[in-house]
Design a protein around this ligand. Structure first.
Ligand code: Z5A
Length: 213
């Protein structure tokens, strides 16, 4: 089983994915947790390039190809082997981030992005994708608070530096894209406390992947 989490900055993906891993492991599942960008050795180098605040001059196309390169390496070296080994793979962002950030966010052609994603994922599509939905002002506030506590802003602040209108487009993009892919992508309200949000995540897993939890 391959489950991905998506959503705007600070929506709680990292928090919820860790909770889901603990929950599934307590039920005897072997779980592998990963993320994009940066889920492979080479990907970790690409992640630094992609997220560093100093790289604000990356063109939209350069950014796109770096994310796709990260994904191709991640799928080949990490996601596919883990799935073949029988593990449940939980991934913090995947191909839908490219559609939403580079498409709805940067204005690149969605159909082109779909085709390039097909090349990068090489047949490995998630069984279920959960979009955590949140007002961007709340998400950015949560992310900023977290960054000031762990120093992340210094190293990985390129997207936080985007204007609020960019993050609003991203939120709308996720909702539009989810509506176009109802079978695979489910939206969960992420505006309440972590326990309540996890209740929604569990409910989605139980109803859409009944064999898993
Ligand atoms: N990107 C792209 O453009 N194209 C692509 O193809 C891909 C990615 C794959 C990667 O960012 C950036 O790359 C991303 C899109 C772009 N940029 N943006 N924006 P990242 O991986 O560094 O970061 P992120 O994915 O945006 O997530 P995040 O900022 O790390 O946030 P999060 O994982 O969703 O949230 P969190 O870390 O779990 O929670 C944030 C804080 O809120 C933290 O202090 C928590 O304790 C707190 N929290 C969590 N849940 C709650 C609730 N329910 N209530 C209150 N507080 C909470």
């Amino acid at each position: 089983m391959f489950v991905t989490f998506e959503g705007i900055e600070g929506t709680g993906k990292t928090t919820q994915i860790a909770r889901l891993r603990d929950h599934l492991e307590s039920r005897g599942r072997e779980v592998f947790l990963t993320r994009e960008p940066g889920g492979s050795r080479v990907g970790r180098e690409l992640r630094q390039m992609l997220l560093h605040v100093n790289n604000s001059d990356l063109t939209a196309i350069t950014e796109l190809f770096l994310y796709l390169a990260d994904r191709a390496q991640h799928v080949a070296q990490v996601v596919r082997p883990q799935l073949e080994a029988g593990r449940v793979v939980l991934c913090d962002r995947f191909a839908d981030s490219t559609i939403v950030y580079q498409g709805f966010g940067r204005g690149l052609d969605i159909d082109m992005l779909r085709q390039l994603n097909e090349v990068a994922v090489d047949g490995v599509w998630p069984d279920l994708t959960i979009v955590l939905d949140l007002d961007p002002e709340v998400g950015l506030e949560r992310a900023t608070r977290r960054n000031s506590e762990d120093g992340k802003a210094m190293a990985e602040g390129r997207f936080e530096a985007e204007h609020l209108s960019f993050h609003r487009r991203i939120r709308e993009g996720y909702l539009t894209w989810a509506a176009l892919n109802r079978d695979r992508i489910k939206v969960a309200d992420a505006s309440s406390g972590s326990d309540e949000v996890f209740g929604r995540v569990r409910a989605l897993i139980e109803s859409h992947l009944p064999g898993l939890a």
